[in-house]
Design a protein around this ligand. Sequence first.
Ligand SMILES: Cc1cc2nc3c(=O)[nH]c(=O)nc-3n(C[C@H](O)[C@H](O)[C@H](O)COP(=O)(O)OP(=O)(O)OC[C@H]3O[C@@H](n4cnc5c(N)ncnc54)[C@H](O)[C@@H]3O)c2cc1C
Length: 289
Amino acid sequence: MYPASFEYHSPTTVKDALGLMGKLGDDAKLLAGGHSLIPMMKLRLAQPKHLIDLRNVPGLKGVKEDGGTIVIGAMTTWYELETNAIVKAKCPIVSETASIVGDPAVRNLGTIGGGLAHADPAADMPATAIACNFEMVCEGPKGRRTVKVDEWFQGLMSTALKEDEILVEVRVPALAKGTGAAYLKFPHPASRFAIVGVAAVISTDGKGTCSKASIGVTGAGTKAVRAKGVEAGLSGKNLAGAGAIEAAAQKGAEGVDVQADLQGSVEYKAHLCRVFAKRAVEAAAKRAG
Ligand SMILES: Cc1cc2nc3c(=O)[nH]c(=O)nc-3n(C[C@H](O)[C@H](O)[C@H](O)COP(=O)(O)OP(=O)(O)OC[C@H]3O[C@@H](n4cnc5c(N)ncnc54)[C@H](O)[C@@H]3O)c2cc1C
C-alpha cells in the first residue's frame, strides 16, 4: 500500500529542523532511516502531512570519544555501530546488538536515534541501553537536556522525548576493566525482532565475585525494563558458585509487565526471560573473566 501524500522537507541544520517542527506542529514527523515510520505510513497507521528528513543534517552522524564516554550521533546506522572501531573496542555489546537487528537492508538504513525514539517494545537496542546506562541528549527550542535511560522508556512506543525535541546524540559509558557484557535474543523468525532479548553487563572483583550487575529486558512487555531482581540476585555472589547465576536468572521476569501476543503466552514469554537472562549473564560473566 502507498502512504498518504505528504510534503517533504530537508533541513541542513538542527536549528532549521526545530524551526520546521515549531511551524508545522503535530502535522509533521521526523524521518531518520524510515524503517519504522515508512512501514507505518504504508499501513496508514501514521499519516503525517509533512516529513522532516534528518539525513542532510551534518553533525548528527558518527561516533567520537569524550573521556570515558562514547558519543554516538542519533543518525548513526546499525551497520556503522556494528563496524565502528571505537564502539567495538570500548563497548562491544553495542556493536553486538546492532549486528543482529533485522537484516542488512534494515541495518544499513535504520538509526540508533530512530530506534530509541520509536521505542518499539520488541526492539533490541533498548535492552542494551538499559544495561549500559545510556544517556539520551535531546535538543529543543530552549536548548539541550540529557535524559538517563531509566527515565527514557515510558510505555508502549512512548519515551521522555518531548514533541518539540530532536534526539541528537546518545552517550554510552565505556565498559570498565573487569566488566563483560552480552546481548542475546530469541528472534522472530521473519522480522528478527526480539520475542525476548536480554542484555547483561557484569563487573567482577577479579576473583569471580560479581561487584555490579546491570540487566535490561526487551520484547516481553510494552517497554524495555531493568531486571532489578536479577541484578540484586547477582550482586556480591561468586558467579562460579553452583547455581548462583541460575538462581538469579529465575527472577528474569520479575518487574516485567509480560504481555501475551501472537508470538506467545505470558507463561512462555516469562520462561524466555529467565532462559535468556541466564544465557546473557553467563556470557557476560565469561567475558568479564
Ligand atoms: C523488516 C524489518 C525488520 C526489523 N527488525 C528489527 C530487529 O530485529 N530489531 C530492531 O531493534 N529493530 C528492527 N527493525 C526496526 C529498525 O531497526 C528501525 O530502523 C528502527 O526501529 C527505527 O529507526 P529508523 O532510523 O528507521 O527510524 P524512522 O523509521 O525514520 O523513525 C522512527 C520514529 O522515530 C522518530 N525519530 C527518528 N529519528 C529521530 C530523532 N533523531 N529524534 C526524534 N525522533 C526521531 C520518527 O519521527 C519516527 O516516529 C526492523 C524493521 C524492519 C522494516
